[in-house]
Ligand binder design. Structure first.
Ligand SMILES: [Zn+2]
Length: 309
């Protein structure tokens, strides 16, 4: 039986999915990411781990790989969390692999977008914008079934759209990026901001630590500061979707990552605000919560091998 692998290389773990050629996930494993020595052990560790699956290596048709950083034509420009800089992942895998094998390499959030399109919230769709609202904000744009990688591999870096108004500095060095508001760290920062700068009553004034989830729970119970934060988050996301709609004209927006666990409460608010400011032709774009969770990347990695046959 012919098989393919979908791999998602993260800063702490590497997820490896074994798929049949139709895209059925047969088995899934994780190994730790060894980021010592500028990440030079990562690919050898990955190749060893793949070789422990109970398969005939001659039957491996392809390996799709997602990495956290800009990728252009298979070359990883920079993956800060892994220590990689101008690194040819496909070449490294092929060097260690005993047979000819096809290897595709893409940005992890772009592959997560492709995964949601293949097996998640946006099946049978060809045009999609995916947001991952986690510690930061990442994303991917799929246009006519293809990832938009762009000229510098930074296509889909939608967390760095400038839609905030609080003057918060982003990890990228700019101010007011979407990520400074609509990520888990942004939400916590907004909480600290309103506890200090406003007179609004809030349970948050009695807490020394609060998670994004706790703030969502408080907002649902009517806590004034928590509600204000959720207004800011959904305002920023509505603005971002309004802009992306006229740029990419997607059929569907999909929201994944930890913050998206707030589910319909969050998505309905974004959609309503979006519809008030959307370009008229584009008011009825679908808004959906991602379905594949942390597996989106390995599905997308599989699909990238399949698509580039
Ligand atoms: Zn930024």
């Amino acid at each position: 039986m012919k098989v393919r692998f979908g791999v998602d290389v993260g800063g702490t773990t590497i997820k490896i999915g074994l798929f049949d050629t139709t895209g059925e996930l047969l088995e899934k494993r994780s190994i730790e990411t060894d980021i010592s020595n500028q990440g030079s052990n990562i690919i050898p560790d990955l190749v060893k781990a793949i070789q422990t699956f109970d398969i005939d290596l001659q039957h491996v048709q392809g390996i799709g790989v997602g990495v956290p950083g800009p990728v252009k034509d298979g070359l990883v420009y920079q993956a800060v969390n892994l220590g990689w800089h101008h690194y040819d992942v496909a070449k490294a895998i092929k060097t260690d692999w005993p047979y000819p094998v096809k290897v595709t390499v893409h940005n992890d959030a772009n592959l997560a977008a492709l995964g949601e399109l293949m097996a998640g919230a946006a099946q049978d769709v060809k045009n999609l914008v995916f947001f991952t609202l986690g510690t930061g904000v990442g994303g991917g744009i799929v246009s006519d079934g293809k990832i938009i990688e762009g000229a510098h591999g930074a296509g889909g870096e939608i967390g760095h759209m400038r839609v905030g108004n609080k003057g918060f500095t982003c990890a990228c060095g700019n101010i007011d990026c979407l990520e400074t508001i609509a990520s888990a760290s942004g939400i916590k920062r907004l909480a600290a901001h309103y506890v200090q700068e406003s007179n609004l009553p809030s349970r948050l004034r009695q807490e020394s630590y609060y998670s994004a989830k706790y703030i969502f729970d408080l907002a649902m119970s009517g806590d004034p500061i928590a509600e204000t934060i959720i207004e800011d988050v959904t305002d920023a996301l509505a603005q971002a979707t309004q802009i992306l709609a006229v740029v990419a004209d997607p059929d569907t927006f999909v929201f994944g990552g930890g913050v998206s666990r707030a589910g319909d409460f969050l998505i309905d608010k974004i959609r309503k605000k979006y519809q008030q400011i959307a370009f008229p032709t584009l008011r009825n774009i679908h808004f959906k919560v991602a379905r594949l969770g942390n597996d989106a990347g390995i599905y997308g990695a599989f699909k990238s091998v399949y698509d580039e046959d």
